[in-house]
Structure formats: C-alpha cells, structure tokens
Design a protein around this ligand. Structure first.
Ligand code: S3P
Length: 445
C-alpha cells in the first residue's frame, strides 16, 4: 500500500490536456455494440477498470472484443438474440453502471446470471433496479437488504412495463429501457426530473424505434421491443466528470491557463461548468460540435478568484458526480457555498456526503450538512496536513488530491489506486499541466 500526495503549486498550471473517454458512454458503447449484429469499431473508449467490468461480462455472453491500434476496440457480435448464459459469476468490481445496466440487459433473456462486486458496490442499493425489473417477470434474488451478490433468472415471458422513477437515476432508467428491448410491446419510463440521456441518444443514433414526450413536466421515454439493431461506428467524447478535476485544479492556481480537449458537453452533464462560472470561474468553451450524437468541445480554464454560491436541487442530476470536487473549489471561495438536493450522494461509490464532511473537517475546512444540503464555508488558506481515505471512491481520491494544490501542508490519499476505475491517466494529466506529486510507500510492514 502507498499514499499519494500532491505538492502545493508554486507556479501557474498550463498546457493542453486530452481527457479520456466518457465512462457512461463507454459502458453504453460496449453494450450497444454487443446488442447489434455485426462489427462495430469504437474509438475513444475509456480504458478503465469500470469499463473493463462491462466488457468482461459482455464477452461471457458470447461477444468478441479485439483491441486494435490507437486504442480502437473492435466488437463482433451475433446480436442480443444470440447471447448465451455466462459460465461464471459476473464480478462488476466498483462499477454501479455495469451492475445496473447489465441487470436490465439480461433480465428478459432466457438464462441465469450471478453477480457480485467489490466491497463498495456490495453496499450499494440494488432494490431500485430489482423492483422495476421484477415487474417484467424476472426473478431476482439478492441479499437481505437488496444488495449484491444477487442472482437473476431471466423472465421467460416478459411483459412490458410503465414505470415512474422514484429517484432521478440514469442507471435505473437505462436498465429498464435496455430490458424493454427484449420484451414484446412498449416499455415506458417516466422521469419526473431529467437525468443524463445517453441511452436515449443512442436509441436515436441506432434508429431504434422509441419516442420521448413531455407531459406535465415529466419525460416519458417509450421503447418498442425486439428492434433490428445494425452496427454503427462509435466515437466516445471525453468525460466531463474527469475534466472536472482538471478544471478545478486550473481555477484554484492563480495565473493558470489550461485547455482541455474534446470534453463531452451534453447539457445533462454540464451542471458543474455552470456552477463554477456562477462562482466567477473563467471557463470558456470553443469548437463545439456533435460526435456520435453527443455535444463536445474544448474548454479553456484560467485561474480565478471564486465566490460562494447556492446550487439549486434541480441542478443536482446534471452534476451528481461532481459534488466532491465542487466542495474542494468551494473551500477556497469567498463566502459559503450551499448545495441542495444531495440525498443521492449517500449511495455513490462511498457515502459521499459523509466522506466530504469528514475530509473537509480533517483538512481544516468548516462545512455542515442538514438533511440533503451541504454548506462549505470558503476560506483564504486551508491547513491540510491530513490523511484522507478514498473508501474505494475514485472521485474522493481525485478531489482531495486537487485540494493539496492549495493547502499549507500536504494531504495524503490512502487508497488512491481507485482512481483507475474512471481516470487511469489522471496523474499523467496532472503532471502535464505542471502538477508535481509523490507516491509514498506505507512505512508499516
Ligand atoms: C451514471 C449515472 C449516475 C452517475 C454514474 C453514472 C450512468 O448514477 O452517478 O456515475 O452512466 O448512467 P445514478 O443513475 O445512480 O444517478
């Protein structure tokens, strides 16, 4: 075991940083390529542990993956109707997206799947998917608290469902929509609050029959079962949730000027950019275009003095993964930052609400939480000088690493290896913009 520690910045950060492929899109690209009958070439796929979990699971259904030059991945599939029962247990590692989306994808197929995950994933709620997927007719048996490990017996004669999401969750929505592909008739998900719509955009991109309508402020997404899915080339845009760490690093170090290339700008993912701009962050977007159905552009970020703001609950689904790094930015802002609607943070890779509070308190930042609101009181200088455990949570590890750029004493990250679940080139990106850091071996035997 070792600790990772970022050195305080002594000069401005600069450079042009490429951001690896979007995690949400990478999972979905593999899934849609597997559903289609024929060969798909994916470029820009995120080569991270979470995405690998999805790939291994799909391979066990009979899908062939080949790594080609330049990071391209070729997927050869006979289509979803040819999937067969996996021989072994699916281990989804740390990846909630793999677990939930693939539960949906197989729950209406005529075979059985066993699924588990790492200590973090085994604590995360699966009842939110078990409940709707059981309505199709699948039999899903999980541990007592509806957590992993679990066992799925695919529905022999699935019946389509109409389901209103009780929590805004793109994973639950996507699980149901994927299940609807293997069920005769029309399956509808009703979304009271919009969440990332990558799955729906891929329905569009693949010309899979579906409709999206707006009624009383709720989105109704309906998909028709048993579509013909033809392969299409896929290009994955850079992950805005990974770019978030680069953006905040650049904002926090005075005089910095960093360009981040090829960042996904789907409006249901841009809540952090808006928030940082509200805080006075100098963030500009250039060269906007659309790739494989997703908006993308280059982001130019300059070191900025930030001020505290109120982040409304309605924005939370559009930046749900970004609260740890926003809390770091808020720690150096003038005045308090109040973030509302954070209930879902308790069920991420760690209990992020608690982990943020504990981490900030350990490094000397005042913060408090009531109900689903977190308030961080920004200050001029932050002490630092603490060890922060990542709790198998990549975003906690990266957030407190970035915080170390501005603390008086270094912060040590324990369990920093979890960064590989989503952003394996994180330290390379940090290094190329001028950040220095140390990996310190654990002194204990
Ligand atoms: C994701 C949806 C979000 C997000 C996760 C990826 C997805 O989870 O936190 O990192 O790819 O659909 P929820 O659906 O639980 O909000």
């Amino acid at each position: 075991m070792s600790f990772l520690s970022c050195h305080a910045a002594v000069s401005p950060l600069s450079g042009t940083i490429p951001i690896p492929g979007d995690k949400s899109l990478s999972h979905r690209a593999l899934i849609f390529a597997a559903l289609a009958r024929g060969k798909t070439t994916i470029t820009g796929l995120l080569p991270s542990e979470d995405v690998w979990s999805t790939r291994l699971a799909l391979a066990s259904l009979g899908v062939d993956f080949q790594d080609e030059s330049d990071g391209r991945v070729a997927v050869n599939s006979l289509g979803y109707q040819a999937f067969h029962e996996p021989e072994d247990i699916w281990n989804m590692g740390n990846s909630g997206t793999s677990a939930r989306l693939l539960m949906g994808m197989v729950c209406n197929l005529p075979f059985r799947v066993f699924m588990t995950g790492d200590a973090s994933l085994r604590r995360r709620p699966m009842g939110r998917v078990i409940q709707p997927l059981s309505q199709f007719g699948a039999k899903i048996t999980a541990r007592q608290d509806k957590i992993l490990p679990l066992f799925i017996e695919g529905a022999a004669h699935p019946v389509p469902i109409t389901y209103t999401l009780p929590v805004p969750s793109a994973q639950v929505k996507s699980a149901i929509l994927l299940a609807g592909l293997m069920c005769h008739g029309e399956t509808t998900v009703i979304e009271p609050e919009p969440s990332r719509d990558h799955t729906e955009r891929l329905f569009d991109y693949y010309a899979i029959p579906h409709s999206i309508t707006e009624r009383n402020g709720h989105r109704h997404i309906t998909v028709k079962g048993f579509p013909e899915i033809q392969p299409r080339p896929l290009h994955i845009v850079g992950d805005p949730s990974s770019a978030a760490f680069v953006m905040v690093a650049a904002l926090l170090v005075p005089g910095s000027d960093v360009t981040i290339h090829n960042v996904g700008l789907n409006p249901l993912r841009t809540g952090l950019i808006e928030t940082l701009q509200d805080m006075g962050g100098d963030i500009q977007i250039h060269n906007q275009t659309v790739v494989s159905g997703e908006e993308v552009g280059d982001i130019v970020v300059r070191g900025s003095a930030l001020r505290g703001v109120t982040v409304p609950a309605e924005r939370a689904p559009r930046m749900i993964d970004e609260y740890p790094i926003l809390s770091v930015a808020a720690s150096f802002a003038e005045g308090p930052t109040e973030m509302h609607g954070l209930a879902e943070l308790r069920v991420k890779e760690s209990n992020r609400l608690q982990a943020i509070l504990d981490g900030l308190s350990a490094v000397g930042v005042r913060a408090e939480s009531h109900d689903d609101t977190l308030t961080v009181y920004g200050q001029n200088t932050v002490r630092g000088g603490a060890t922060i455990a990542a709790h198998l949570d990549h975003r906690m590890a990266m957030s407190f690493f970035v915080m170390g750029l501005r603390t008086q004493s270094p912060i040590m990250i324990q369990g920093w290896e979890s960064i590989n679940t989503s952003f394996p080139t994180f330290l390379d990106c940090m290094r190329s913009m001028g950040v220095t850091f140390a990996v310190i071996p654990d002194a204990k035997p």
